[in-house]
Design a protein around this ligand. Sequence first.
Ligand code: 5AD
Ligand code: SF4
Length: 482
Amino acid sequence: MEKIIDENKQGQSLVIEKKEGNKRKLFIESYGCAMNFSDSEIVASIMANQGFNTTQNLEEADLVLVNTCSIRDKAEQTVRKRLEKYNAVKRDHNPNMKVGVLGCMAERLKTKFLEEEKIVDLVVGPDAYKDLPNLLAEVDEGRDAINVILSKEETYGDIAPVRLNTNGVSAFVSITRGCDNMCTFCVVPFTRGRERSRDPQSIIEEINDLWSKGYKDITLLGQNVDSYLWYGGGLKKDFEKASDMQKATAVNFASLLEICAKAQPKMRIRFSTSNPQDLTLDVVKTMAKHQNICNHIHLPVQSGSNRILKEMNRLHTREEYMELIDNIRQILPNCAISQDIIVGFPTETEADFQDTISLLKYVKYNFGYMYKYSERPGTMAGRNMEDDVPEETKKRRLQDIVDLQRLHSEIKTKEWLGKTVEVLIEKESKKSNQQWSGRTSESIVCVFPKDAYKVGDFVNVKITNCTSATLIGEAVGYSQNN
Ligand code: 5AD
Ligand code: SF4
């Protein structure tokens, strides 16, 4: 499940520009990964054509849509709490309000949602958003409606997403959907279906359109971007059956990255998430070739123990992962690398955990996202393995790696002291309205006094100070990328 969950964004309700003539009010909020936030932009676009403007006020909403996440039990509990809140608002202030559940929880629980949660009127899985107008018509007539069919083709390539709560500078562009990897802990292959790639032409059109609207930093999104493969449409697993012509003209991730970098040479291009077994050195070499492809790879490892990696069905060993890191560092010496790690996977011993610690020390990641194992019903591990690591042990192991990661982040961040880096200004700093906040190519947040600069400027910043995760500096002029 190679996606980053941005804790700052969870549950944000989303607003878009009002469309003249739209009478009904939609409250839409999202939980989980960047893919969900990106999907909500597609949903908002579909709903705008159905007469809905967005609102941030539950009490006046005609329809509430919540885009949900199933990755860990905690994510699902958060959504259950929100449903209680909607229930209270409906009871006390807004009796006509309808509620729809979208995304991974909808797909996982299907009709159970309608049975378990009386508040829910509408259940829509991640591949069925184009059916929303029909489903809505059912709901308007007083019936519950559900579509959780997963698709072989759907990539929403033909729907121009509306940008929700945007800073006008950075945006997500979805390039693949689903995942074929079947890591044993992961619910994603069940909730988002088989892997398929989006037509490169529509990706480039979206990037060009974003550039023309002033966007300067895009992230190509997918559960496993390195596995991108376009051969005219269809599932990745059916590529073997493609014609010789289709095979000869297929576009893989390295070529897609190059096409994107060349299409908009001043646009910063990022991608997430990479999978160690699919990331090729071609991709790393393409990054080295194009200055506008950002210097950061999010490369989840999940565990440093070969035995646990095997149990997780991660198709690489610790040694192969370390070799990949060595190769990346050789081709791109300053590339930032981040991780996802799970502690307390079933049967994980202290020795297995120490292997994770030693891998962490070997790589010294710039930053990372660490989790306690959460058993997911229906997954291979959920069905075949007992969740046998005690909660206390999971907690302690999590704390240990979080502490170690913090130490490494601090070491890595300090390496920037005294250097001058290019920062793209994204927004005002949360801590001071006198300061801008932006990111370096390596995805490190940097804050500095505003001076005469504005959001969207590429600025050279001299780094004078830092915390463990944030660079602090002073702007010394526009960068040549402006
Ligand atoms: N329990 C805990 N963490 C999980 N992840 C995925 N599935 C689970 C699970 N069942 C983590 C992985 C993934 C990240 C987005 O979430 O580390 O890379
Ligand atoms: Fe990532 Fe594995 Fe889940 Fe696919 S199955 S989304 S690769 S963790």
